[in-house]
Design a protein around this ligand. Sequence first.
Ligand code: GDP
Ligand code: MG
Length: 442
Amino acid sequence: LSERLGGVFDRLTKAGALSEEDVKTAMREVRTALLEADVSLPVTRDFVKAVTRKATGANVTKSVTPGQQVVKIVHDELIEMLSGDNPNPGELKVDSPPAPILMVGLQGGGKTTTTAKLAKRLKDRNGKRVLMASLDTNRPAAMEQLEILGRQIGVDTLPIIPGQDAVAIAKRAKQQAELGGYDVYMLDTAGRLSIDEELMTQVERVRDVATPRETLLVVDGLTGQDAVTTAENFDSRIGISGVVLTRMDGDGRGGAALSMRAVTGKPIKFVGLGEKMDALDEFHPQRVAGRILGMGDIVALVEKAQETLELEQAERMMKRFQKGQFNMNDLRSQLEQMIKMGGMQGVMGMMPGMGKMAKQAEAAGMDDKLLRRQIALIGSMTKKERANPALLQASRKKRIAAGAGLDVQELNRLLKMHRQMADAMKKLGKMNKSGLMRQMKG
Ligand code: GDP
Ligand code: MG
């Protein structure tokens, strides 16, 4: 796709805003790519609409080509849709032991395998004591399968008692987990080849007995649209907390992941990448986005565009500093940058002469919370005050501090820091510009 988009846009030589016609042409390619990647039609439509809105009129900066710019917009939107409000996909709620995890899905989707993979992960990474129980009474071999996997990974399984039904086994697992001091117990339910009433009723009863902390749906990522339908069904009947997409080591193109997020709104927590016990990874939106776009080098391409854009912003800022301009808006974008880059050391540490100040600030407890309070203070200033901090006299100070719910002392500290930084910037501005940029690029 990146090549095709590049082709479309390389014909355009003039820089400037992306025209509606350019975007339309590009979106035809995006649409085809998504459908080829097995993303459902309605989701593709919504996606194209969202990207069109963002791309039309977007400024093409001088150093990225329009093609790169569109690819970046498409890529960023994919990531946003894939991640949603799911910042830590690999985390499971396993507090208040013994925490029950219910594994549901159709037969052959990979439930039993994934149960064991997750148990191993919880044991190895989180130091949890895990008990696994097979509730698959339809096939005796399924219970043995879990037992064998358990021995292989060093995780206990609930002893098999023939003749018990799924609900009885779930109760026994709970009891055993409590008595045995386990942190987590996992219930691997039976599946059917398709969704039926009997399966759903059984899973519902098990759910009511166990009141799981996590209910994970395991689906075959190669089944595309069917996986999404399965997820909708299980979610409406049982209520799922997350999804595990298996067989992502196959040659499916990952479109199911996008549809899954868009349609069910449930987070994808893990992906299965093979039959081995450690072939499980937390969900990485970037990888799936790259896969959907069908190109290995997309990430590098996008990073380059990003870097260029950031560099341009830094250059603009430098120009302001050279003129001795450093107002509250500048300070705010510095503070925001600091949060993004993980603290004072990040940004200021890179600027000559600022390293020492950054260290002092850290020693003085300049943590995220403080940075956010300072941003709140700046937010409570008027436009005029931000542009010209010299206006800030006592009565204005009171109003600003009150507006941010903080006291004037804190505002004074912020103003002092602003003065120090403005001075430092002025000195910086006098330095040779190219030398400075070289140092910033590091
Ligand atoms: P269940 O019926 O849902 O319990 O499915 P199983 O766990 O028994 O898995 C069915 C088959 O799929 C087994 O042969 C597994 O080894 C295989 N399998 C499970 N997850 C993956 C995966 O992520 N990648 C690949 N390639 N195979 C998998
Ligand atoms: Mg099974």
